[in-house]
Design a protein around this ligand. Structure first.
Ligand SMILES: Cc1cc2nc3c(=O)[nH]c(=O)nc-3n(C[C@H](O)[C@H](O)[C@H](O)COP(=O)(O)O)c2cc1C
Length: 363
C-alpha cells in the first residue's frame, strides 16, 4: 500500500469510523443516511479538490463497450436514490451502481433493517428496496448534469432496477420495463436485480423460463429506446443458487443478449467464509448477509460462471481487502464492486485495490 493510501486508511479506521459508528445513537441506517446526504451536499470545488487527492490512477478496463478508468466500483444499494453521484467519483470509485430503484417509490421494510456485525466484518440488511422511485432518481441525476453516454462524472454510472413489492411476479416484467424506460436517459448500463433476498418471491424470477421472458422483453425495449446504441444490460445473481440454477441464468443471458453478470448479491447463509459460526450479536437477524462471510462463496460463484460463459463477470461480495479483490480477479472477474468493505475501511480501500491490481499483473 502506498504511503498516502495507508495514511487515508489509518485516518478512516482510527478517527472517522469510530466517530461515525457511534453517532446517531449508533443506528447504522441513520448514520448511512446522513453520510450519503452529507456527501450529496459537498460543493463542487471541494469535490474537485477531493478527487485530486483520492482518485487512484489505474489501468482502464473496457466492459460492455464502456470504458472504466479502473476496475473498482460502488455496489448497488449504498446510494439507492443517486443522492451523491458526484461524490462517489470524487472519492475515487471507477464506476457506480445507483439504485436499486423501482418504478414507483416505496418505503421498504419496517426499521430497524440494517445491522452491523463487527466481529464478523459483515452487515445484515433487510431494507426491502426502500427508494424514491426511478423517475425521481433520473430527475436528480439530470439536475446533477448526468446524461447517458456523456461521461459527465468521468466514470460510468449504472442503475440497478427492481420490481415493486406489491407487483405480482407474473407482472414483474412490466415493472422492469417501466424502470428501464425511466432511467434510460441517465444510465450507462442497467443492472437487473432479481437476487435481493428482501422482496418476497423476487428470487423466484431467477429460473431459466422467467429470466428468458424478462431478458427478451428488456432486450426489445432497449433496442426500441436506442436502436443505434442499445443500453448494456447486466444481471445480478444470488450467491445461494445451485450450479444448475447458475447455468440456467447463463443460458438465459446468452440466449437473449444480456451483456454481463454481477456475482453476487447478499446471502441467506449464516456462516463465516471458513465455515465457522458467526459471533456478532446481530447474527440472528433476518435479511441478506454481506462482507467477509460472503467472500468465499462469491469467489466460487465467479469461478463457476467464468468456467461456463464468456460473458464478462463483475465480482461483488466480501471484498474487504485488496487480496479479496485479486482473488475475484483470479476467479475471472473483470470488475469488482464494494459495499461492506467501504463501510469498514473507507475510500482508502478503493485506492488500495487499484494499486494492488496494477502491481499484480502477472497472474
Ligand atoms: C444495506 C445494503 C443494501 C443493499 N441494497 C442493494 C440493492 O438495493 N440492490 C442490489 O443489487 N444490491 C444491494 N445490496 C448488495 C450489495 O450491492 C452487494 O452485492 C453485497 O452487499 C455484497 O457485497 P459486499 O460484501 O461488498 O457488501 C445491498 C447491500 C447492503 C449491505
Amino acid at each position: 500500500m502506498q504511503a498516502w493510501t495507508r495514511a487515508l486508511h489509518a485516518g478512516y479506521t482510527g478517527a472517522v469510523r469510530p466517530a461515525l459508528f457511534h453517532s446517531f445513537g449508533g443506528d447504522p441506517e441513520a448514520i448511512h443516511e446522513r453520510m450519503v446526504g452529507g456527501l450529496g451536499q459537498v460543493p463542487a470545488p471541494v469535490l474537485a479538490a477531493l478527487r485530486g487527492v483520492m482518485a487512484p490512477s489505474g489501468t482502464p478496463v473496457e466492459v460492455s463497450g464502456l470504458s472504466f478508468p479502473h476496475p473498482v466500483g460502488l455496489a448497488a444499494g449504498l446510494d439507492k436514490d443517486g443522492r451523491a453521484a458526484h461524490a462517489w467519483a470524487a472519492l475515487g470509485f471507477g464506476f457506480m451502481e445507483l439504485g436499486t430503484v423501482t418504478p414507483r417509490p416505496q418505503p421498504g421494510n419496517p426499521k430497524p433493517r440494517m445491522f452491523r456485525l463487527p466481529e464478523d466484518r459483515g452487515l445484515i440488511n433487510r431494507m426491502g428496496f426502500n427508494n424514491g422511485g426511478a423517475r425521481e432518481l433520473t430527475a436528480r441525476l439530470v439536475a446533477a448534469g448526468v446524461r447517458r453516454g456523456t461521461n459527465a462524472l468521468g466514470v460510468p454510472v449504472g442503475v440497478s432496477i427492481g420490481k415493486n413489492k406489491d407487483t405480482p411476479n407474473e407482472q414483474a416484467s412490466e415493472d422492469y420495463l417501466h424502470a428501464l424506460r425511466q432511467v434510460s436517459d441517465v444510465a450507462d448500463y442497467v443492472a437487473i436485480n432479481v437476487s435481493s433476498p428482501n422482496t418476497p418471491g423476487l428470487r423466484d424470477l431467477q429460473t431459466r423460463a422467467a429470466l428468458t421472458d424478462l431478458f427478451s422483453a428488456l432486450d426489445d425495449e432497449r433496442r426500441a429506446l436506442d436502436p443505434a446504441s442499445p443500453m448494456p444490460i447486466w444481471v445480478k445473481v444470488a450467491p445461494d443458487l445451485t450450479w444448475d440454477q447458475l447455468d440456467d441464468v447463463v443460458a438465459a443471458a446468452e440466449e437473449t443478449g444480456i451483456d454481463a453478470i454481477i456475482a453476487t448479491n447478499t446471502t441467506l447463509a449464516r456462516t463465516r467464509a471458513d465455515g465457522s459460526t458467526l459471533t456478532s450479536v446481530h447474527r440472528g437477524e433476518a435479511g441478506g448477509l454481506s462482507g467477509a462471510p460472503l467472500s468465499r462463496r462469491s469467489r466460487e460463484v465467479v469461478a463457476h460462471l467464468s468456467r461456463t460463459t464468456r460473458l464478462p463477470i463483475i465480482g461483488s461480495g466480501g471484498v474487504m481487502t485488496p487480496a479479496d479483490a485479486l482473488a475475484l480477479r483470479d476467479a475471472g472477474a473483470r470488475l469488482v464492486q464494494v459495499y461492506t468493505g467501504f463501510i469498514y475501511s473507507g475510500p482508502a480501500l478503493v485506492r488500495a485495490i487499484v494499486e494492488a491490481w496494477d502491481a499484480d499483473t502477472t497472474r
